[in-house]
Design a protein around this ligand. Structure first.
Ligand code: IMP
Ligand code: MG
Length: 181
C-alpha cells in the first residue's frame, strides 16, 4: 500500500497533542457556558474535523450549524472581502454562538463571520480556532479559545488542505516543497 504521508516534510502537531489540547479547550468551554446551550458554528470546509472532535468533548448541551466562508484576498465584495453562505433555516438570532474555525490567518474571514452573526442578532459570539498564525494578522481580532499557535508556514492536515488535498491526515504538518509547486 502506498504511504499516504509521503508528501509530509515534517509533523508540527501530533495526533496525541491534538487530542489532549481539545480536552483542555472543551473544559474551558464547559466552564464558560455552564447553564447555557451554545451553538457551534463550523466554518467549512477546513474546520469539519475539529468541530466534530470538539463537539464530542464538551459536556454542555451544544448544537451545531455550518457556514461556507470564502475569502477573496484584498478584493471588495459583500462583507469587505468574504462571502458567507449559510444553510437553509440557519437562525443565529438570540443564540450564544461559538465560531469554530480551522486557522486564523489574516483574520478577515472570522471578522466578517462575526460581524454577520452580530448583525443577525446573535446574543454572543466567541471564536474557537484550532490554529492561530498571529504573525499574519491584518485585522484586529483575537480568539477566546485557540488550540495551537503555528509559525508563518503553510500547514495541512486535520481538516486543512492544500488544493483540496491532505485534509485526512490526523496530524498537522508541512508539505515537502515539491508538493506546493
Ligand atoms: P483568513 O484568516 O481570512 O486570512 O483566512 C483563513 C483561511 O485561509 C482559513 O480558514 C483557511 O481555510 C485558509 N488558510 C490560511 N492559512 C492556511 C494554512 O496554512 N493551511 C491551510 N489553509 C490555510
Ligand atoms: Mg477556513
Amino acid at each position: 500500500m502506498a504511504n499516504i504521508y509521503e508528501p509530509i516534510e515534517k509533523v508540527l502537531i501530533s495526533e496525541e497533542q491534538i487530542k489532549a489540547r481539545i480536552c483542555e479547550i472543551a473544559k474551558e468551554i464547559d466552564r464558560d457556558y455552564e447553564g447555557k446551550e451554545p451553538m457551534m458554528l463550523s466554518v467549512l470546509t477546513g474546520s469539519f474535523m475539529f468541530a466534530s472532535d470538539l463537539m464530542r468533548s464538551v459536556s454542555v448541551p451544544t448544537s451545531i450549524s455550518f457556514v461556507f466562508a470564502s475569502s477573496y484576498g484584498n478584493s471588495t465584495v459583500s462583507c469587505g472581502n468574504v462571502e458567507i453562505q449559510a444553510g437553509k433555516g440557519f437562525e443565529p438570532a438570540g443564540k450564544d454562538i461559538i465560531i469554530v474555525e480551522d486557522i486564523m490567518d489574516s483574520g478577515r474571514t472570522l471578522s466578517c463571520v462575526r460581524k454577520y452573526l452580530l448583525d443577525q442578532g446573535a446574543k454572543s459570539v466567541e471564536i474557537c480556532t484550532f490554529l492561530d498564525k498571529p504573525s499574519r494578522r491584518v485585522v484586529d481580532i483575537d480568539a477566546k479559545y485557540k488550540c495551537f499557535e503555528v509559525p508563518d508556514e503553510f500547514v495541512v492536515g486535520y481538516g486543512l488542505d492544500f488544493n483540496y488535498q491532505y485534509r485526512q491526515y490526523p496530524f498537522v504538518g508541512v508539505l515537502k516543497s515539491e508538493y506546493y509547486e
